[in-house]
Design a protein around this ligand. Structure first.
Ligand code: HEC
Length: 124
């Protein structure tokens, strides 16, 4: 009797784990909510723009336009954004955004970053 019941508990726990895993995998690729997206766009334009150029054509830091990033592995760029690059001026931003948000920012940069939160224009 007891054995059968605990088997069911196991099955339910496994289903729960599978659900959570599937759900968080989905969250990884999801875009941030609109309000947070607007905050991130402003932050990138202002804070990142101060080194990478207001139009991301480069300054103290290299250009972050689609052409400049083409062919670079996104995961490496995401970790540069989160943790910075030791020995360079590039700081890490992990205190200000999570990994999912950093991945979203890199994806946007690779496609041409939105000019403003409320516009569909992008950097070329
Ligand atoms: C204080 C100046 C500074 C700020 C602010 C800054 N960066 Fe950087 N960033 C740099 C420098 C310098 C490098 C080049 C590091 C190197 O020599 O490898 C760099 C490199 C990068 C790279 C790698 C580019 C490549 O082609 O490999 C990415 C992506 C990047 N920064 C994104 C960002 C983002 C996004 C922000 C804002 C959240 C930001 N940076 C803010 C200075 C800065």
């Amino acid at each position: 009797m007891g054995g059968k019941k605990s088997l069911w508990v196991h099955v339910l726990v496994l289903l729960g784990v599978a659900f959570v895993a599937a759900h968080s995998a989905h969250a990884q690729s999801a875009a941030p909510a609109p309000d947070r997206r607007a905050e991130l766009i402003n932050m990138v334009r202002q804070d990142c723009g101060s080194c990478h150029g207001l139009t991301f054509k480069g300054g103290l830091g290299p250009a972050l336009l689609p052409d400049a990033l083409a062919g670079k592995p996104a995961e490496a760029l995401v970790s540069t954004v989160l943790y910075g690059r030791a020995g360079t001026a590039m700081p890490g931003w992990a205190r200000f955004m999570n990994a999912q948000e950093a991945a979203w920012i890199v994806a946007q940069l690779m496609e041409g970053f939105p000019q403003r939160a409320d516009s569909t224009e992008r950097s070329q």
